[in-house]
Design a protein around this ligand. Structure first.
Ligand code: SF4
Length: 232
């Protein structure tokens, strides 16, 4: 087996980011599947299954990694279970080292209200870091139009923190593109999207959005936080 160094992967990612900037999402995922094979996975928050659906077309049986923080809405867990049941993917659920009860005992209850950065580090960032160990590349559903912090997301880039290739096949898509894909392919979506939520995360840190707010305004509202740290 050829051993590829992180420097080679970085160069590969940067070149692919340039060459695939205008490519359709399916072509970007086909490139990732062909380049990395089983060392490629998709992560999904189960807000919708658009990227998982696209990836299953490019790479049937692809690993779909879901972070179960212990704080999800029941609708999100239901979406995960439905994706596993009906799509040609292998869902892998990652969990934090400590249950919510164990975290409460160690740090006090409702850490998400007092120190959301620490809560996200313990329940999202660390488990994902450990869960991605066996992969060289991972795909996300990040879109440039979601928020100013995501405006420069490359379709293929280098994840410096984890030393992996990061693929964002729908980075250039708009919400209308997502809606059209969902309608055309009958893709599973989280029922909360029909109930005023435009971005779905952990229940204690997610609220419905108001008219005129951006799609992620309902995440950590009023807490001066916009990202969980997975994409920093
Ligand atoms: Fe904790 Fe909220 Fe982050 Fe979920 S989104 S891990 S509940 S701080």
């Amino acid at each position: 087996m050829t051993v590829v160094s992180p420097e080679q992967h970085r160069a590969l990612a940067e070149r692919a980011g340039r060459e695939l900037e205008d490519a359709p999402a399916l072509e970007i995922l086909s490139w990732a599947a062909k380049t990395f094979g089983p060392r490629f996975c998709v992560t999904s928050s189960m807000e919708d299954a658009v990227v998982a659906h696209l990836a299953s077309r490019a790479f049937p049986g692809v690993d779909v990694v879901f972070l179960d923080t212990g704080y999800h809405f029941p609708e999100t867990i239901g979406t995960r279970d439905a994706v596993e049941a009906v799509m040609d993917v292998r869902v892998i659920t990652l969990t934090p080292r400590r249950s919510v009860a164990e975290q409460d005992a160690e740090h006090g209850p409702r850490l998400h209200d007092r120190d959301p950065d620490l809560c996200c580090a313990l329940r999202k960032v660390k488990p994902l870091e450990e869960g991605l160990t066996g992969y060289d590349a991972w795909a996300t559903g990040l879109r440039r139009d979601e928020s100013p912090t995501r405006a420069n997301t490359p379709v293929v880039g280098w994840d410096e923190r984890r030393g992996k290739v990061k693929v964002s096949p729908i980075a250039r898509w708009t919400q209308d593109d997502v809606d059209a894909y969902v309608a055309e392919h009958g893709v599973l979506t989280n029922p909360l999207l029909m109930d005023g939520y435009t971005s779905v995360g952990c229940a204690p840190c997610t609220r419905q959005v108001l008219a005129g707010e951006d799609a992620r305004a309902g995440r950590w509202a009023g807490r001066g936080k916009t990202e969980c740290g997975l994409h920093g």
